[in-house]
Design a protein around this ligand. Structure first.
Ligand SMILES: CC(=O)OC[C@H](N)C(=O)O
Length: 270
C-alpha cells in the first residue's frame, strides 16, 4: 500500500479560517460600514498593523515551500490597497448608474453579489501578480462559494466593471476585459479546449471597452475578441471575433451579427 503524500500532514499552508478572517478584515478596512465601522477606523487601516501581521502569518509557512519574499510582497500589497479602493468605488458607482434597481452606492457596496465578487477579484489579482500561490485561489473560491461568481485572480479586468445578478458567471484565468464592461448572470468567458498543455497560453477571450454581455452567453477562445462598444445578446455562443460596434445575438439557433445604430464599422453575419 502506498504511503499518503506528505503534504496531507504539512503545516505549510494557510488555514481556511485565517484566510476568511484576513479577507473580512481587508474588506472591512476598505469599506468600514460593511463590518464593524468603529473597529476599523481610517487610522487603524492606514497603519494596517493587523493586516500586515495576518498576511505575514499566511505567507510565511507558504514561503517554506515556495520561493516568496514575504516582507516585500506584504509591503507592496498593502501599498496597493488605496488604489484598489479607488477602483472599487468607480465600480460601485457604475453599478448604481447603470442598474435601474440600484438606489444608492451604499446599497451596492453592502448587498450586491456582483460587487462583492469584483471586490474579491481586485483584492486577489495583485497577489496573483506577485506569484503568491494558493492564497488568491482560496480567496476567489470563497467569493465563488458565497456568490456563485467565479472570477480567476489571473484575469485582467479594467475599471469600472459591472456584474449584475451574477450567479453562474465564470471568468477564466487569461481573460482580458476592458473598461466599462457590463455582464449578466450565467456569462462564461472560457477556453475553447481544456488541455493541461495549454496552461501557459491565452485560453480565454478578450472583451474590449464598453461591451455589454447579456445573460447566459458563452464566449470562448484565447483569440476571440469582442470589439469595443458591442452588445452580445442573451444565450449567444461566440467562438469567433466580433468587430467593434456590433450587436450579436442568436436567432432561430443561428448566431447573427447586425448593424448597430452607429455610423461607422459595418457588421457581418458569422
Ligand atoms: C473558464 C475555463 O475555461 O476553465 C477551463 C480551465 N480551467 C481553463 O482555465 O482553461
Amino acid at each position: 500500500m502506498s504511503a499518503f503524500p506528505g503534504y496531507l500532514l504539512s503545516s505549510n499552508f494557510p488555514s481556511r479560517n485565517a484566510v476568511v478572517t484576513f479577507t473580512e478584515d481587508l474588506i472591512n478596512c476598505l469599506f468600514p460600514m460593511v463590518g464593524d465601522a468603529e473597529a476599523y477606523t481610517e487610522q487603524q487601516c492606514s497603519a494596517n498593523i493587523s493586516l500586515r501581521k495576518q498576511l505575514t502569518e499566511i505567507l510565511t509557512p507558504l514561503s517554506k515551500r515556495y520561493e516568496l519574499d514575504v516582507s516585500a510582497i506584504t509591503n507592496a500589497y498593502l501599498d496597493e490597497l488605496a488604489n484598489i479602493k479607488a477602483e472599487l468605488i468607480e465600480d460601485a458607482e457604475l453599478i448604481l448608474e447603470f442598474d435601474p434597481a440600484a438606489y444608492s452606492v451604499e446599497e451596492v457596496i453592502l448587498s450586491y453579489p456582483g460587487f462583492y465578487a469584483i471586490v474579491m477579484y481586485r483584492l486577489t489579482h495583485p497577489l496573483y501578480k506577485h506569484n503568491v500561490p494558493i492564497l488568491p485561489r482560496m480567496m476567489s473560491e470563497l467569493a465563488h462559494s458565497r456568490t456563485g461568481i467565479d472570477i480567476n485572480a489571473g484575469a485582467q479586468i479594467g475599471c469600472p466593471f459591472f456584474i449584475d445578478h451574477g450567479t453562474g458567471v465564470v471568468i477564466g484565468e487569461t481573460s482580458v476585459i476592458g473598461k466599462n464592461v457590463k455582464i449578466y448572470q450565467g456569462v462564461t468567458l472560457g477556453a475553447l479546449a481544456v488541455r493541461k498543455e495549454d496552461a501557459q497560453t491565452k485560453r480565454h477571450p478578450t472583451i474590449e471597452d464598453n461591451v455589454v454581455i447579456y445573460a447566459n452567453s458563452t464566449i470562448l477562445g484565447g483569440k476571440t475578441v469582442i470589439g469595443h462598444d458591442s452588445i452580445v445578446g442573451g444565450n449567444t455562443w461566440v467562438t469567433e471575433s466580433i468587430i467593434p460596434h456590433s450587436v450579436v445575438y442568436t436567432k432561430n439557433q443561428i448566431v447573427v451579427a447586425d448593424k448597430k445604430d452607429f455610423t461607422e464599422p459595418l457588421n457581418f453575419i458569422i
